[in-house]
Design a protein around this ligand. Sequence first.
Ligand code: GLN
Length: 219
Amino acid sequence: MRIGVLAVQGDFPEHQRAIARADPRAEVVPVRSPAELEQVDRLFLPGGESTAIAGLLQRNGLTEPLRRRLSEGLPTLATCAGLILLARRLSPGAGGPDPPTLGALDVTVRRNDYGGQRESFEAPVRVAGLATAPFPGVFIRAPRIVEVGRRAQAMAWLGNEVVGVRQGNVWGLTFHPELSTDARLIAAFLASVPASAQKTRNKATTMTRRTRPTATAAK
Ligand code: GLN
């Protein structure tokens, strides 16, 4: 499995290190061009400055190829600025002019809604599937998910507030799993079975079930 990290701006080196911690055998490659994007089986969109990342995606000819790979179901984990870029809607916030977004996650997001750098904070987050203990959430000039649309599903909460969503194979978080030493969330994403593979598996199971009574009858 080749894991790509979008490496045009932001904290992509931290992502590369965190992925290696979560799975020491993973092949982690930077993605800066459409050719590199074509070759990955999983993608991380790091935190950073969403307006800068959006501009660099455009300049590197990555915007449309990324939109296409997302629509084809490329498993993607987007953090903070990455989540902003995948949102369907942005609600004007304190982050200056908003960037254009790719719309892969049916959420409305408001940039910098917890305040600026000085209001960055750490707090325990409850994550679906990580039952043993809360996850240490690192929030840096974080966006707020102000609305979860019908197609997205909440998967992480800070108190009652949704701070992570998923839609098919695409996960979006307002906090930074790569900046904590807890590798569970990135490991869970790497281990998640892409929705298309899931469908094939279910089909195989159904076929096995159907053939079983016939085989029994033939005995
Ligand atoms: N505030 C940044 C933005 O609006 C996101 C911050 C982050 O990725 N940590 O793009």
